[in-house]
Design a protein around this ligand. Structure first.
Ligand code: HMG
Ligand code: MG
Length: 313
């Protein structure tokens, strides 16, 4: 008996966030040329959207202090959107100078996390984002909004669905082209994921909502599948499962890109991404920063490559 997947999207956009979300938490400085090589390999693997760096305070996130050099050094692949995080107008000016294609304003559904991550309340954060959003529209740049702690908070625990929906509405009012529902600490489960996604889809077009799942509790690929069933067709992931959040102690990386792409291709969903190339890129960055490769698919396919056997299914 074959299962029907007719309600799943035919195409999914995978946003590779490894160069930003993945690397921002590395304790040792990652050389700028390694960051550039990582982004160029990802572009060559076919990603339509890569989150490249942040224009934030280097006191808060020192690893992203070389954002301008990274953006200046990469080779732009036509058709790829290079996104950067911009918490305020100063960050936005950096993004414009760096010729970013998309700027990301990032808030939270939890008051406690908003204070720790960007040093202001949710309402204050929206007020700070207003001029950034206006400037992005005036400059013809894409604008994305990200909502941390949408499925739970490291400081306050439970986060209500209503508070996530409230922030979606506020970001929508600023003119966001896309809004990310982020499980910063990877506590979400499939049923909660569907509940939150479906509630958000009542106030914002579902084709412009994305799932950003960290994998701390091992639920992330299950949550991707759950969100697909709810109609979500944009997902964020990090090559080799790089990452963690500097303001969420114990949070591990994003769901590994290799695992997400394997899942999507296995479901017959197109991504435009060359999985073998992503696996090689995961190996490259894991070795370059001397970190274990956190992608199960990556490790399995690399083991096969070493044996000289064919890799993909
Ligand atoms: P603040 O201290 O309240 O603001 O920080 P401030 O205006 O007083 O600025 C403090 C210092 O930073 C000043 O320098 C500013 O000039 C400088 P000083 O005068 O002390 O020498 N500064 C900047 N420098 C460079 N670029 C800028 C910038 N802005 C100010 N844009 C602020 C407020 C928002 C700036 C700070 O809290 C910050 O930069 N936070 C960034 C936090 C961050 O990047 N977190 C990780 C990304 S979010 C994430 O990972 C979650 C996500 O993945 C989704 C999920 O999984 O949940 C997206
Ligand atoms: Mg994140």
């Amino acid at each position: 008996m074959s299962l029907s997947t007719s309600n799943l999207p035919k195409h999914v956009k995978v946003v590779e966030v490894g160069p930003r979300d993945g690397l921002q938490n590395e304790k040792q400085p990652v050389p700028t040329d390694i960051k550039i090589a990582l982004i160029d390999r990802l572009s060559a693997a076919g990603f339509a959207n890569i989150e490249a760096t942040s224009f934030v305070s280097p006191k808060w996130v020192p690893q992203m202090a070389d954002g301008a050099e990274v953006m200046a050094g990469i080779t732009r692949r036509p058709g790829t959107i290079y996104s950067v995080l911009t918490p305020n107008l100063r960050g936005f000016e950096g993004a414009v100078a760096a010729k970013a294609d998309e700027v990301v304003i990032f808030g939270a559904a939890s008051e406690a996390f908003s204070q720790r991550n960007i040093n202001c309340s949710i309402v204050e954060s929206i007020a700070r984002f207003e001029p950034v959003a206006r400037a992005a529209k005036d400059a013809g740049l894409r604008l994305r909004g990200s909502i941390s702690c949408a499925l739970g908070c490291p400081y306050q625990g439970e986060v209500s669905v209503a508070s996530v929906v409230d922030v979606v509405q506020r970001l929508a009012a600023l003119g966001c082209d896309e809004i990310d529902i982020a499980d910063t600490i990877g506590v979400g489960t499939p049923s909660r994921t569907r509940e939150v996604m479906e509630a958000c889809a009542k106030v914002f077009p579902i084709e412009r909502l994305s799932g950003h799942f960290h994998d701390t509790y091992g639920q992330a690929t299950a949550n991707v599948y759950a969100a697909l069933l709810s109609g979500i067709s944009i997902f964020h992931s990090s090559v080799a499962g790089l990452g963690g959040c500097p303001y969420a102690k114990g949070a591990t990386g994003n769901v590994a890109t290799e695992d997400v792409v394997y899942l999507l291709h296995g479901l017959g969903i197109e991504t435009g991404i060359d999985l073998d190339a992503v696996v090689r890129t995961g190996d490259f960055i894991s070795r370059a920063i001397d970190r274990p490769n956190a992608s199960r698919v990556g490790r399995a396919m690399l083991a096969k490559l070493q044996d000289g056997a064919p890799t993909c299914v």
